[in-house]
Design a protein. Structure first.
Length: 373
């Protein structure tokens, strides 16, 4: 692994990401106690306000790591059994044979076979994951809708299963994590968002991480520009959005500094017990929303980086915003990146996303930030 943060090269790579088509990107890279923080581009296309690495950002499915940790802390306290069927805790939400065979572990690692509720909650996405047959109209129509998590879970449970309980590869599904939120509520008597805040976020010393109240962020943040695979041109501003559509699965707001702090502490073993962390790092193949295969554990992704070893972390996206956080297995190198444009790839006649300059620029920045040359 390289021994230098190479700030000039990191700055240039982040600038290339902006030049390639991301309105604004900001990041923090840590190595052995040294920190580089940078930003390129604008937070608001109308005003030209620049992005800043201190900005808050909707971090999407990175929330899942926090939710998984909250569940695992209850496992450590003996309140939840990872390998007990979810029907034992929530029989009315996952009834019948599936409730008796899907375990808590299968919810966390996406091997439950429970389908994603998203295309059933958003009518114009009904053909998802066949992106070419979707349209983005529902994103605008449902922008301020307040969803009931129980109704979303019902949609996911009622949908055709993606596989049997414990099947491999697993299939990524927000339904799993909304169920984990209900599980936390049931066993602790505390709402899941409040519990995650008090039992995970605050003990980790994170001062800029929370669940939003309402559709507007009340702290300095970037606007978010959604392209929906070229169907929104120019990209539409989705900064204001009711995040009840994902809740404890993907609604968290954080900063790149807080993300690095949290994942650094987690991988160092200061948030959960070493045996629990080992459970989190038991991975298997999971098919993502983008139909790629990710190496997924209990709320953690694993990435093998040639020449630089293993990195652990998570990524996430919301309408218009994306983020990624990665930490080397030895804790010596960390990166967190936020960007204010999503789904920039246009589709060809077969519905396959086509290469975009952003793809290469993003990969180059991530490679450099993980210690590449």
């Amino acid at each position: 692994m390289t021994t230098s943060l190479e700030p000039d090269r990191l700055t240039a790579a982040l600038t290339d990401l902006h030049t390639a088509g991301v309105p604004g990107a900001f990041a923090e890279v840590r190595q052995d106690g040294r920190i580089w923080r940078g930003a390129a581009g604008v937070a608001d296309l109308d005003t030209g306000e620049p992005v800043d690495p201190d900005l808050a950002h909707r971090v999407g499915s990175i929330t899942k790591t926090f939710t998984a940790v909250a569940v695992l802390r209850q496992v450590e306290r003996g309140q939840i059994d990872l390998d007990r069927p979810v029907g034992h805790y929530l029989p009315e939400l996952v009834p019948g044979e599936r409730g008796r065979t899907i375990t808590v572990r299968m919810l966390i690692n996406h091997t439950s076979g429970l389908a994603e509720y998203l295309p059933y909650a958003y009518p114009s996405l009904r053909s998802f994951p066949v992106i070419a047959k979707t349209t983005p109209e529902s994103l605008e129509a449902e922008r301020l809708r307040s969803f009931d998590p129980l109704e979303l879970i019902k949609l996911g449970v009622a949908a055709p299963a993606t596989g049997g309980p414990g099947s491999s590869p697993g299939v990524y599904s927000n339904t799993n994590y909304l169920l984990l939120g209900q599980l936390l509520d049931r066993v602790t008597g505390i709402g899941a968002e409040e519990l995650i805040t008090k039992d995970v976020i605050e003990p980790a010393g994170l001062r800029h991480t929370d669940f939003p109240e309402g559709p507007r962020l009340r702290v300095p943040h970037s606007r978010l520009y959604e392209s929906w695979f070229g169907m929104l041109e120019p990209p539409h501003d989705f900064s204001v959005f009711d995040m009840s559509w994902v809740g404890v699965s993907a609604a968290l707001v954080s900063t790149v500094g807080d993300l690095n702090e949290f994942f650094g502490r987690l991988l160092a073993g200061s948030i959960v017990e070493p045996a629990t962390l080992a459970q989190m790092q038991r991975t298997g193949p999971v098919i993502s929303f983008e139909q790629s295969v990710i190496d997924y554990g209990l709320g953690l992704h694993r990435r093998e980086v040639p020449g630089h070893g293993t990195f652990w972390g998570h990524d996430g996206s919301v309408w218009g915003g994306g983020a990624i956080v990665l930490c080397s297995a030895d804790g010596g190198r960390q990166l967190a990146l936020a960007a204010n444009r999503q789904r920039w790839n246009r589709l060809d006649e077969t519905g396959r996303p086509q290469p975009h300059p952003i793809d290469g620029a993003l990969n180059r920045f991530l490679h450099l930030a993980m210690g590449g040359s």
